[in-house]
Design a binder for this molecule. Sequence first.
Ligand SMILES: Nc1nc2c(c(=O)[nH]1)N[C@H]1C(S)=C(S)[C@@H](COP(=O)(O)O)O[C@H]1N2
Ligand SMILES: [Mo]
Length: 499
Amino acid sequence: MTGVGGAVIDAVPPAVKDWAVAVFGTADKLALLVGMGLAIAVLAALAGLMEWRRRFAGSAVIGIFGVVGLVAVLGRAQVTGNAVALPLLAAATGILVLRWLISRLRDWTTSATAGERPAPAAAPAAAPIAGGTPAPDAGRGAGPDRRRFLQALGGGAVVATIGGALAAGLRGAAAGVSEIRSKLALPSAAFPASPVPAGAELRLDGMDPLVTPNRDFYRIDTALTVPAVDPDTWVLRVTGMVEREIELDFATLLAKPMTERHVTIACVSNEVGGDLVGNALWLGWPVRELLALAGPTGGADMVLSRSKDGWTAGTPLEALTDDRDALIAVGMNGEPLPLEHGFPVRLVVPGLYGYVSATKWLTELKVTRFADDVGYWTPRGWSERGPIKTSSRIDVPRAGRAVRAGTVAFGGVAWAQHTGISKVELRVNRGDWLAVELAPGISRDTWYQWQLSLPLTPGQYEIQVRATDLNGMPQVEERSQVAPDGATGFHTIRVDVTP
Ligand SMILES: Nc1nc2c(c(=O)[nH]1)N[C@H]1C(S)=C(S)[C@@H](COP(=O)(O)O)O[C@H]1N2
Ligand SMILES: [Mo]
């Protein structure tokens, strides 16, 4: 299934993807959905043609895809009842609609041909191919119809069995890995995270927590089924422009002195004001330690990290070797990485968007050069380099929500990874910028919370926020799309203040 998804993504021309990104704002999954939509349209046309020529042939095709969908759903780590019912329902509906359309079409063509030709000549010619032709000779159609129906049913059963076995295999692998994960005990950190400063978390109603719980953490990847990676057989290979190639297994990795750090990671597809950003406590071994053992050779300037499912990211070598503590991470908020977030091992690099750094289900680090290699998204319309842009967001009150006149509490987050935030300001109806209360950040690599209370009389207001980093650089005001290297512009909300 991952293969199908990958093939679909690869089949989407960059122009279509840019269009999808411009229209929908998010990358991978939506581009995939657009691609799937096109594929489904082609398939539907094909099914229609087949059904026209041979009764139930098109229906069988739709049925097969229903089962494929079911396999994909069952392959996910978490399966919900809805998700199981959906592909089956979709297939059933598709078949019914197809049958109905075909019968309408036949009615239409038979009445059309009946007008052109003398009726006696048309009937024998149409009978052998058009099993679905209603009159003129209903008795003759029943035999072949029943046989074809039974054939289709038999074919469907075979496909369902194969699909079921596949799904069971995928489920079994995911369940097995889940089981291993739940029994895994992570080592404690040799270098624990600096404690969260007092007051870093503002207790404002409706604010997201300062540290994002795993279950609420955004998820972005091209994987249709979560790769099931058994830590017992997992190895990380360091290859390419190195003095010594290295193979690191999981037990060896866990025995290394672990570093724990809060890092806010973000997706390049995050819209202004969007939620494809999250802050977690990561546990891992610094990539620079491993790279130091391998010894990158002169001229190398990039590390191409590869996932179990073949996805790649191209990260500047420097970001992995400097003091920012880029991690080969095994822990997220005190537990092993959730399967969706890269179990057993992923990369976390402060300051860079996920698509150029945060490889999940990590299997290889190839030391190379930007001139020689590219990460997965670069030839697909995204920049080679992806430093996270300084951003800020209003979370309270929620956009478009009515609030009571009086003292209105505003709050949100701001981030400028690896530089840090120096100030956040708010303005009402494009008036003067007002300084807000900025909570102390956990570190330069995490987001900061902010709040401000304003006395507001009834009416409609436009509220904007902007952040300035610790180098004094303000957030970019000019609006830009997420492609090719991240959105810019001030988060702007409308608030209705009622009496
Ligand atoms: N294997 C793999 N790793 C991946 C991706 C992917 O598609 N495949 N997507 C990247 C992108 S674009 C982002 S933003 C982050 C998201 O990490 P999360 O899902 O844990 O939030 O993962 C990165 N790592
Ligand atoms: Mo991303």
